[in-house]
Design a protein around this ligand. Structure first.
Ligand code: SAM
Ligand code: SF4
Length: 349
């Protein structure tokens, strides 16, 4: 699938649930999240059917996310079904790792290639505070189990928030070097719950690099160096023979130009861009008994409305109204509907 800007769309991120066993400060409110009723959430066979259609259109890589994907029952079965679809080159998972210790081996056996672990503090008390109750020792157990199961390379994603965890930068670099992990610092985006954190909490990658200058090589790795699959939008620095530190800069340096992804939300809409509110409803068609051709058409419609950088509202922190719909809005060229104010956990981060 090629979009209007010549980008090849080959990557589908699938949110398998909007629920989570943590409540990270910048991602979900502590209380009062209105979870979708089970009937609204895509069933596994529906996800597999849609993935099949996507693969038929050129998607080769799938990533399961959420919410927390490991809280959904029988997620291993979903991984097995997806990884056995002809044409799927890789199924990966983004997780908070609190349940990974028990799932790592079965996931690997089911065909999962690798995991990205979200971890914003290396200090138990602070981790508990940021996640509102998380137990850091379970994350370490999850990472160890993933290493043992061969779910590698393991990427550790840390969203850096000023005044919350930006005094741990050097500790994260040491972690990457000593454990041969790939730590990535991610800029905080003003989406959903984080809108109130973002203006003060946002730290641009350039500042992080400056603060870490003494610990990083002068120049980043070139594409293809360092043996990292799914190189994506990060810029990496080698910090040990097996460890790297990366910077993902969705705010200060949009990677729109090279964006190759679509998102399938837990409630069955295709979201072509995290920063645009426009979505295409595929679940209704699926449940009406749509045939392959109609489902393909909906995927192509989602690709058609995938905005280019020039069509996006200025991203955070200039985003202002955070997440205002792409310039053309509902009913504009290519269709799609605006779904305002979804949380990151609902879209599938
Ligand atoms: N629960 C899983 C996890 O935490 O890895 C998967 C879903 S979570 C929404 C995916 C990623 O989105 C996490 O790494 C989280 O830190 C990130 N995220 C959530 N809100 C964000 C924001 N406002 N800006 C940047 N990253 C965010
Ligand atoms: Fe849950 Fe992940 Fe959001 Fe944290 S970032 S609340 S673990 S969905």
């Amino acid at each position: 699938m090629q979009d209007r800007f010549g980008r090849q769309i080959s990557y589908l991120r699938i949110s398998v649930t909007d629920r989570c066993n943590l409540r990270c400060l910048y991602c979900m409110p502590e209380e009062g999240v209105a979870f979708q009723p089970h009937s609204e959430v895509l069933r596994y066979e529906e996800i597999v059917r849609l993935a099949q259609v996507a693969v038929g259109l050129g998607i080769t890589r799938l990533r399961l996310t959420g919410g927390e994907p490991l809280v959904r029952r029988d997620v291993v079965d979903l991984v097995r079904a997806l990884s056995h679809l002809p044409g799927v080159e890789e199924v990966a998972l983004t997780t908070n790792a609190t349940l990974l210790a028990e799932y790592a081996r079965p996931l690997k056996e089911a065909g999962l290639a690798r995991v990205n672990v979200s971890l914003d503090s290396l200090r138990p008390e602070r981790y508990r505070e940021i996640t509102r109750g998380g137990d850091l020792s379970r994350v370490w157990a999850g990472i160890a189990a993933a290493e043992e199961a061969g779910l590698s390379p393991i990427k550790v994603n840390a969203v850096i928030v000023r005044g919350l965890n930006d005094d741990e930068l050097e500790d994260f670099v040491r972690l990457a070097a000593e454990r041969n992990l790939h730590v990535r610092f991610i800029e905080l985006m003003a989406l959903g719950e984080s809108a109130r954190w973002q203006p003060r909490g946002y730290v641009p990658s350039a500042e992080l690099k400056e603060r870490l200058a003494g610990l990083l090589a002068r120049s980043p790795l070139q594409k293809g160096e360092g043996g990292l699959p799914g190189a994506g939008p990060a810029e990496y620095y080698q910090v040990s023979p097996g460890g790297t530190v990366g910077f993902i800069s969705p705010v200060s340096n949009h990677f729109c130009q090279s964006c190759n992804r679509l998102r399938l939300t837990a409630v069955g809409t295709l979201r072509p861009c995290l920063l645009s509110e426009r979505e295409v409803d595929v679940k209704s068609a699926l449940r009406r008994g749509a045939d392959e051709a109609e489902l393909r058409r909906l995927f192509l419609q989602a690709v058609e409305i995938k905005p280019g950088k020039q069509e996006l509202p200025q991203c955070c922190p200039e985003l202002g109204a955070q997440g205002e719909a792409a310039a053309s809005g509902e009913g504009g060229a290519g269709g799609g509907r605006e779904r305002k104010g979804r949380l990151m956990s609902q879209i599938g981060g």
